[in-house]
Design a binder for this molecule. Structure first.
Ligand SMILES: C[S@@+](CC[C@H](N)C(=O)[O-])C[C@H]1O[C@@H](n2cnc3c(N)ncnc32)[C@H](O)[C@@H]1O
Length: 212
């Protein structure tokens, strides 16, 4: 289950350093981005949900509160972030230290795959989307939220971080994200960009895995 070698070191180093401040420092951003994501995707209490790049478990905890019996799994490349998620969730979710391009799950294991604020770290997003598709059952859904390059503030942040932060990879415009989903064999059914304050311009996309 542990696949440290394929997640770039700068990401693990970044989150080993940030993990203890993460919830406090990013509390507004995380609560808003998680809520905006969950407002846009249909969740059934019987769903098997996978959160990729689950971090300290904010989205999983929010789902656990709404649906006490839902089956939750979180994956993250940072052991430090997962340790905090484990404290918060207790036994409420299965947590795995693994890398998004190689998910340690069988085909068609989940009804819903979500990922918030992790897409801009993925070196090979096409491969990650293909993995998401693989572990999703036919007609299951993917919900992705991340910074949206259609907003000038996000373009500026993206440019600065590409230059000065080794963990960051790149942010996308909504149309680029939709194109990547089609390429991965996923059918977008919701594509939305929005701001949560003057700085943060986000997008949420929901896509369906078509039946075989
Ligand atoms: C900005 S945090 C977002 C955490 C959480 N989803 C949230 O909304 O608060 C990004 C997370 O993605 C994880 N991550 C980045 N690249 C990853 C990869 N290739 N595989 C798994 N997790 C990854 C990081 O370790 C980090 O915990």
């Amino acid at each position: 289950m542990i696949m440290r070698q394929i997640t770039p070191d700068p990401i693990r180093a970044e989150y080993a350093r940030l993990s203890h401040q993460y919830d406090h420092r990013w509390s507004f951003y995380v609560s808003q981005s998680v809520e905006e994501t969950l407002r846009r995707v249909r969740v059934q209490p019987s769903d098997r949900v996978l959160d990729i790049g689950c971090g300290t478990g904010a989205l999983l905890r929010s789902l656990r509160r709404r649906y006490p019996r839902i089956e939750l799994t979180g994956v993250d490349a940072s052991a430090e972030m997962l340790a905090i998620a484990a404290e918060k969730l207790r036994q409420g979710a299965r947590l795995c230290l693994a890398s998004a391009p190689r998910l340690p799950f069988r085909d068609e294991t989940f009804d819903l795959v979500v990922s918030t604020s992790a897409l801009h770290y993925f070196r090979d997003p096409g491969r990650v989307l293909a993995e998401m598709r693989r572990v999703l059952r036919p007609q299951g859904r993917i919900a992705l939220t991340d910074w949206c390059r259609d907003f000038w503030t996000s373009r500026l942040l993206d440019r600065l971080l590409r230059r000065f932060n080794a963990a960051h990879y790149r942010a996308y415009a909504l149309a680029q994200c939709a194109e990547m989903l089609w390429q991965a064999g996923l059918h977008p059914e919701l594509l939305e960009r929005y701001k949560i304050d003057w700085l943060w311009g986000l997008m949420t996309v929901v896509a369906v895995k078509p039946p075989d």
